[in-house]
Design a protein around this ligand. Structure first.
Ligand code: ADP
Length: 332
């Protein structure tokens, strides 16, 4: 396989902020690679380094085996996160304008059809909905029929129908062999589109692999949530580990209800064992919800633990600073 997009030990610091500490990734020809990670992890900085809009302090970047700044621009499409085209162009004028920058562009009307904007083709950009605007921007990256497409949060702000239009479009492009690097906060998007996913945290790739491999390695087991007011101790004799709501390591945001018991490491075929246990012990419950581990669990397990480590470290540093501070009650 040929690496089409490659970052090796890329570091970038802005003042005191380390945006990238040492980021390495490699996207093969025809692959869809999704970069995920918390806000501030360095995703946009890495995308900017890979597309030649920022120069790394150290490390190297290659696109189509060359420097990003030297690439044949007919072959690359880039959607920056903050792309903001002129407001007073219609969707068609916008794509026609961008098509005019290339020697052999696609027909703008075909691109409008691809991004689902035929009905809005005569609407000024400023009057398009937020989702339509983003789709027009995605369209602008497609007018040169690029071999490599780099999309920084292509579907942020797009409604579910528009998001699916973009997903189908990316799938159609990859069927034709286009290589795609995208960033996203949407785990369903990464899971559906990506051949491989890279999780960036604190400026470094902390996990990379196919969605299935990442889930198998990091997402924990399948589980059954029981909505019940019963005392967690009443589950002591159940043959599976249980955690009361708020105690599990995964999906904390889904477990805010104080009355949920999560049974872990359980196969679907064994749900009956739990139901028998509930009924045999007169434990009332109002619902059972089955959950397979997914990419969101990977994200929460890895990104959250990195965040916790950082917070702990910051707390420790703050304590150390406090110890170093003058003890005389002086104020600065
Ligand atoms: P992400 O895309 O994952 O949210 P970014 O790459 O945008 O992360 O940012 C990584 C870190 O670098 C953040 O702390 C951000 O504030 C900082 N940063 C990014 N670009 C700049 C810049 N041009 N000037 C100063 N700080 C920046």
């Amino acid at each position: 396989m040929t690496a089409v997009v490659e970052a090796t030990d890329v570091a970038k610091t802005y003042g005191e902020t380390v945006a990238l500490s040492s980021a390495s990734l490699s996207v093969e020809a025809g692959e869809v690679y999704a970069l995920i990670g918390p806000n501030g992890a360095g995703k946009t900085t890495l995308v900017r380094a890979l597309t030649g809009t920022t120069v790394p302090d150290s490390g190297s970047v290659r696109v189509l085996e060359g420097e990003p700044t030297a690439i044949d621009r007919d072959r690359l499409g880039v959607l920056p996160q903050d792309f903001s085209p002129p407001d007073r162009l219609t969707a068609r004028e916008l794509l026609t304008y961008y098509a005019g920058l290339y020697d052999d562009p696609r027909d703008p009307d075909d691109v409008l059809a691809d991004v689902g904007l035929v009905d809005a083709s005569n609407t000024w950009y400023e009057n398009l909905s937020g989702g339509q605007q983003r789709r027009a921007c995605v369209g602008a990256t497609l007018v040169n029929d690029p071999d490599v497409l780099v999309l920084d949060e292509p579907t942020t702000g797009i409604d579910p129908a528009g998001r699916r239009t973009i997903w189908r479009l990316i799938e159609a492009l990859t069927e034709r062999g286009t290589t795609v690097l995208l960033t996203t906060h949407d785990m369903a998007e990464a899971e559906r589109l990506a051949d491989r996913v890279g999780l960036l945290a604190d400026g470094a790739l902390i996990a990379q692999g196919t969605p299935a491999a990442l889930v198998a390695d990091h997402a924990g087991s399948s589980r059954l949530a029981i909505e019940t007011d019963a005392d967690p101790q009443a589950f002591e004799d159940l043959a599976y580990p249980v955690v009361a709501s708020g105690e599990s390591d995964s999906k904390p945001h889904r477990r805010r209800q104080p009355d949920t018991i999560v049974v872990q490491d359980i196969e679907p075929a064994d749900i009956g064992v739990v139901v028998d246990y509930l009924e045999g012990n007169d434990l009332e419950y109002s619902g059972l919800t089955w959950a397979e581990p997914d990419l969101e669990d990977v994200y929460l397990a890895l990104a959250d633990s990195t965040e916790r480590e950082r917070t702990t470290k910051m707390g420790t540093e703050t304590d150390a600073d406090a110890e170093d501070a003058p003890q005389t009650g002086e104020t600065a």
